[in-house]
Design a binder for this molecule. Structure first.
Ligand SMILES: [Zn+2]
Length: 57
């Protein structure tokens, strides 16, 4: 993911998992701008659905 401030490369400094989403704090190499992104974790959500279906049977 590129920096929204200058478009440079960023790295993840910290990430934490929620129930169905991942919170990532990123820092830009160029301008040292810090921002966070919230990303849905789809494969995980799909797995949960599958398990739930199995239990319904
Ligand atoms: Zn930047």
């Amino acid at each position: 993911m590129n920096c929204p401030n200058c478009g440079g490369n960023t790295r993840v400094v910290y990430s934490t998992k929620g129930v169905d989403q991942v919170l990532r704090y990123r820092k830009c190499y160029g301008c040292r701008f810090r921002f966070k992104t919230i990303e849905l974790e789809e494969p995980y959500a799909r797995q949960m659905k599958k398990e739930r279906n199995a239990h319904d049977r």
